[in-house]
Write a protein that binds this ligand. Structure first.
Ligand code: EAX
Length: 330
């Protein structure tokens, strides 16, 4: 009996020890996204978590969503400091950190998803991911926000002249501000979310992919939707470079692989749902212009390359690489 009790106690302590060490040895990866569950960034983040945790007992991915870490710019700053290890961040705000990141958001660069995949999964995308190392990020993959469209609450926008004077919120991105200034609007950079500002009328307009307009109920505060496709908005899925490089080689490979798979899964999710989001937005009462005069928009931004923001050496070198790669897909 005594022996049995001793054995029991031993088993108890052993299992306690094992559970404790198991818990202690799990490394927490903090991953930041600005948007809420169900949104494009989160679909990618959740898939990444699922893949990594099922393939390695070593890591636990903690997703910080719904702007709990601040704006996308602030999340990027925290990743640079390694207080947050990873992020799924819209490409726009990256150009404050690395000017050449703005080539992805170059207006009317991409016309369809085949081009996007060929260029971002090809050499130009790889160059850009590598460049991020200069500012402390490990660029892992591209997931996506999607093609951006204009909404506003003032009047229908069919051609570029209708944009004149609109008070529009833009991302915290140098390029996006300049782009909407060229188009004749009055742009204000702000972090996400922006529902209250739209509701209160501090701003008249915003631009985002269809899933955003639906998920954030912007149809409640924006009457008009114009399918402008003016910018393809990627997410750049990044990690703190030093943290990443400090991991064992096989873990680096695994994290890279899980993020690539998550990104591809998420891109499909976005593309498969787009038509449905449009349908729902119409049903919700938005007045949609599906065939705006895009030439008038292109005309207004045709000299964008002459702006100072495109004279930065690194931007000047990388933009032609992207433009050429897109051409080759045609
Ligand atoms: O995904 O700030 C923005 O407009 C972004 O598109 C936002 O992250 C929503």
């Amino acid at each position: 009996m005594k022996r049995l009790i001793m054995a029991g106690i031993l088993v108890f302590f052993c299992s306690l020890f094992m559970t404790t060490t198991n818990v202690i040895s799990k490394q927490i990866i903090k991953l930041g996204v600005v948007t809420k569950p169900g949104s494009a960034q989160n679909v990618c983040a959740e898939k990444f978590k699922e893949l990594l945790e099922s393939r390695s007992p070593k890591y636990e991915v903690k997703i910080y969503h719904s702007a709990s870490l601040g704006t996308e710019t602030e999340i990027l700053q925290q990743i640079q400091l390694n207080t947050v290890q990873m992020g799924i961040i819209t490409s726009g705000p990256f150009d404050v950190f690395l000017p050449e990141a703005r080539v992805i958001d170059y207006p009317f660069l991409f016309s369809n998803y085949n081009q996007v995949d060929a260029v971002l999964d090809g050499k130009p995308g790889k160059i850009l991911l590598k460049r991020l190392e200069r500012v402390g990020f490990k660029g892992l993959a591209f997931s996506e926000n999607g093609f951006r469209h204009l909404t506003n609450n003032k009047h229908p926008v069919h051609s570029a002249k209708d944009v004149k004077g609109l008070k529009i919120r833009v991302m915290e991105s140098v390029l996006h501000k300049e782009l909407w200034r060229l188009l004749g609007a009055n742009p204000t950079p702000m972090g996400w979310p922006i529902y209250t500002e739209l509701q209160q009328g501090t701003i008249d307009a915003q631009e985002n992919p269809l899933w955003v307009i639906w998920t954030y109920k912007l149809y409640e505060v924006q009457k008009y939707l114009t399918l402008t496709h003016h910018v393809y908005s990627a997410h750049i899925d990044v990690a703190n470079l030093k943290w990443f490089n400090g991991l064992p080689k096989e873990d680096q490979k695994l994290i890279q692989q899980c993020m690539l798979e998550a990104a591809h899964f998420q891109r499909n999710w976005n593309r498969n749902n787009e038509a449905n989001f449009l349908k729902k937005l119409k049903e919700a009462g938005m007045i949609v212009d599906e065939n705006p005069d895009l030439d008038s928009f292109r005309q207004k931004v045709k000299d964008i390359q002459k702006l100072d923001i495109f004279q930065v050496k690194e931007v000047k070198e990388l933009l032609p690489v992207f433009l050429k790669a897109v051409k080759q897909t045609q």
